[in-house]
Design a protein around this ligand. Sequence first.
Ligand SMILES: Cc1cc2nc3c(=O)[nH]c(=O)nc-3n(C[C@H](O)[C@H](O)[C@H](O)COP(=O)(O)OP(=O)(O)OC[C@H]3O[C@@H](n4cnc5c(N)ncnc54)[C@H](O)[C@@H]3O)c2cc1C
Length: 390
Amino acid sequence: MADPNIHSDQPDEHAPIRESVRALCADFPGEYWRALDRERGYPTEFVAALTKAGFLAALIPESYGGSGLSLAAAAAIMEEIHASGGNGAACHAQMYTMGTLLRHGSDAQKARYLPAIAKGELRLQAFGVTEPTSGSDTLDLRTTALRDGTDYVINGQKIWTSRAEHSDLMLLLARTTAREQASKRTGGLSVFLFDMRAAKGLTIRPIPTMMNHATTEIFFDAMRVPADNLIGEEGEGFRYILSGMNAERILIAAECIGDARWFVDKAVGYAKERVVFGRPIGQNQGVQFPIARAYAQMRTAALMVREAASLYDAGRDCGAEANMAKLAAADASWAAAEICVQTHGGFGFAEEFDIERKFRETRLYQVAPISTNLILSYVAEHVLGLPRSY
Ligand SMILES: Cc1cc2nc3c(=O)[nH]c(=O)nc-3n(C[C@H](O)[C@H](O)[C@H](O)COP(=O)(O)OP(=O)(O)OC[C@H]3O[C@@H](n4cnc5c(N)ncnc54)[C@H](O)[C@@H]3O)c2cc1C
């Protein structure tokens, strides 16, 4: 009999990591997440346990005190958190936001920040890109960083900057050269890494959302950042951010695979137990086929996530695969969520079953960190060579 939790027939080199993550997550059952969801609390104890176990430092090289694992291993960690019924969104950015610093920062910046991030003494999980006016059109962002002596002065606003209240550092994308004066279409944007704890002229406002997500809007009012907090070269920030987005998309796709496994597992369990009209509801093809389809969709998406991660780990271009993995996995988790609710009938709506919570949580991935339409337009233009639509 197939186990809904089996997501690949290939030998799994990450089985020991998966087992350790599952053991850790067993201490944080549905009741824990449900209570936080109700009070919109941050999973401090869960994040501390993951940090202590070293999971959030998976992608930091050993020379900086991390575990130096592959993205595929990091993806296995996030997938298992979600397959266990938990949610990694409260801390997944601690894993990957440092990638921009690692790839494009100076030796001095890396030595200053990475060992402390690896230990969890410094939290780098605020990533400020999206703005209220420009939205998905990142090149149109309006927050400015203008050089003034040894500092940059930052003015503007970000929205949906998640975990800002639970982060010490922030990675910020801001405009250093006016769009019309930039030498290329993607130029004029720069990346800064700064300490939010010391910042003056920074206001953080929480945004309550459909699910418990600790997201915020941020206002910069003449906030000064020392010039040595610029990452890489001025004007090259868009390129630096893009290279980190592939890792983010692959890890979040893995979370969606975990969610899909959890929903299918729940649906199968209930369909076997629930007896109506004198037989288990799962004996009806009208109930079992959609669950089987959701399982097949999850397995198919998992292959794409695996391919994207292996290209990333080989240092190859994986823009198309990372996008398609995110698309396929987010669709698979949403389809599984929908069928899990349907299979449970009325109980799908009851808080104590955790399904409605996970349903709300997994809905996000149709929109963030990149919306479905934007992925489709990437594939249409960059993979299929169709005319640019915007
Ligand atoms: C809970 C949450 C957490 C987030 N966390 C972060 C974070 O930590 N840091 C960060 O920087 N951002 C974050 N985001 C922002 C997220 O990346 C954006 O919401 C997302 O990229 C979509 O941008 P938007 O909301 O501005 O939508 P818009 O760009 O306004 O788009 C609205 C809709 O129109 C569609 N659309 C827009 N243009 C086109 C087009 N040309 N063709 C077809 N369809 C189009 C989009 O697909 C979308 O469905 C978060 C968002 C949420 C909701």
